[in-house]
Ligand binder design. Sequence first.
Ligand code: ADP
Ligand code: MG
Length: 389
Amino acid sequence: MQYISDFNFKDKRAIIRVDYNVPLDREQRIIDPKKIDSTFFTINKIIEDGGRVVLISHLGRPKNGYEEEFSMKPIREYLEKAFNEEVKMTAVSDNPALYADKIVILENLRFYIGEEKADLAFAKELAKWGDVYINDAFATAHRKHASTVVLPTLFKEKFAGSLMQKEIENANKILHSPKSPFVLIVGGGKISDKIKPINKLLPLIDTLILGGGAANTFLKAMDVEMGDSLVQDDQMDHIYHILDYAKFKKIKIVLPIDLVVVKKNNDGEFSWPEVVDVDDDIDEGYMALDIGPKTQEKFASVIESAKTILWSGPMGVSENEFFRMGTLSVAKSIEKAVHNGAFSLIGGGDTAAALAEENIANFGFVSTGGSALLEYIADQKLPALVALG
Ligand code: ADP
Ligand code: MG
């Protein structure tokens, strides 16, 4: 694989696949710009060499072509302020010759059906925007989309950007003889997104901690009533398989013992949060939105004695500060473990966003990848990396 430090981009126009899928609030304001800022090293290198950049990214999950709420407009504005430079945004179908600017950004790649279908014709249309290709989007490196796996095949000169390089180097630190105990912490929303990486990582780890929505289906599999919590009944077979394998291989699975729950009234308003013991089940109408204080303690004792930690996904609905306590508590436990010599790697957009404002001294490297990070640790041949050669 070639890195950008090995090349001079003078007079070249680099098409850069970035991951600017940043969290936005209801007014389309960027909540956490970390993913954007992390690509500045790459962008600056091209510009300082005397080249130009065309940035391409997806944002959210638009369904039907253009949707205002998924437009890259707020990102364009952010870039303009950050670089103090006019940044133009345009459609893929536009004529590149009309844009001599140093920085151009194309509209959300997922407005075009060809992106997720890894369509060659769409990749060819994208290719006209660059002389060379750079992938700096580690967080989407596990996806087989036009911009990540087809587009690079259309270029002779293709590179991993410096963020991509840094992410790989940090992930490799976990891969090279991870010290035991190795604790994997999985949270977030849907367990279905995490089954594959969990299965791949199980043989490497000593303990699996589950929190957030990801834990709910496990609890249900153990006959806990989960009320109206996010549970994926269609994933039960996968859960039983994980539980069986863990038992057989003596891998500890640590689940929440208490949860923070709320009830939604008829007007859609939430009740004041309450803590419920998992043993007492969750009543109908109630939803588990965070781990409780006893769970925080239980998780802390496991995490603090770990020597290798990999964490992806918040312990609750961390966008809301009422349900961020569990996530912060895990971060603080990791900080202690790191202080005691553990190596930790934290990934995931929502996880990083929940921690961004907190004053935690050092909890190791915070990756811009969530699923991509887990998948990389499990198997380094991510499609976008393979495509870079
Ligand atoms: P990351 O972005 O860090 O990889 P995910 O995207 O997998 O994390 O998961 C984050 C999402 O999971 C957030 O939108 C959060 O609200 C949701 N989530 C976490 N815990 C719960 C829960 N108990 N019930 C419903 N959603 C949850
Ligand atoms: Mg997320």
